[in-house]
Ligand binder design. Sequence first.
Ligand code: 13P
Length: 250
Amino acid sequence: MRKNIVAGNWKMNTTMQEGVALADQIKNLLIKSPNCEVVLCVPFTHLTSIAQTVNGSIIAIGAENCSDKESGAYTGEISAAMVRSTGAKYVIIGHSERRTYYGETAEILKEKVLLALKNDLIPVFCIGEVKEERQADKQNDIVKAQLEKSVFNLSVDDFSKIVFAYEPVWAIGTGLTATPEQAQQMHACIRQLIAEKYGNTIAQNTSILYGGSCNAQNAATLFANHDVDGGLIGSASLKATDFKAIIDAI
Ligand code: 13P
């Protein structure tokens, strides 16, 4: 059966020292093994140190991005192989902030997903609609197109390794959360699209996380939905006790 996952996305927050301290705090709060996978997706500069900090604990680490190129003369880029070599297990791909602020197109994301998989990283692939698309009731079509353009090219074997995060863009960092009904509806829609393409077994085994102003107060009602398999947490993952409360909510 599919895994429940609670993943933090620290975005561009914390210095390396602050990040190590935060990871250490989270590690110390997780004395009892939670019934979900716990992942910290952290800035590139923090990966190696935080890998050491959480070594031997149940926490896995991930990057927030990787390059769409394999290696070579791409100044400033970080390849999937480099990410993997730090001990990271996951990589977020297609976050709306990357799509919007850094012009990452569906084609670029397709390359990133392939390279992540080739380097034994689990992509956490983000999809979701903007406010105007939701108001026009276009959210299902948007998400379908995002899947078709970046991941429905994959083999069954590769596809079965991916984790998805449904992140309605209007809910990210805004304090507006999808209602539990909106989240369940969209997660069920995503699972149905996967079933149509890859079959029901793969669809049932795919973890689909919710992201967008998920916090210690609303996590339990979001996670209670049948098709919501955990969360991708932004600002609430920067406070150890809040993040722990979200993990407990599963
Ligand atoms: P917030 O939880 O801060 O809304 O961010 C969500 C997000 O973008 C996770 O990737």
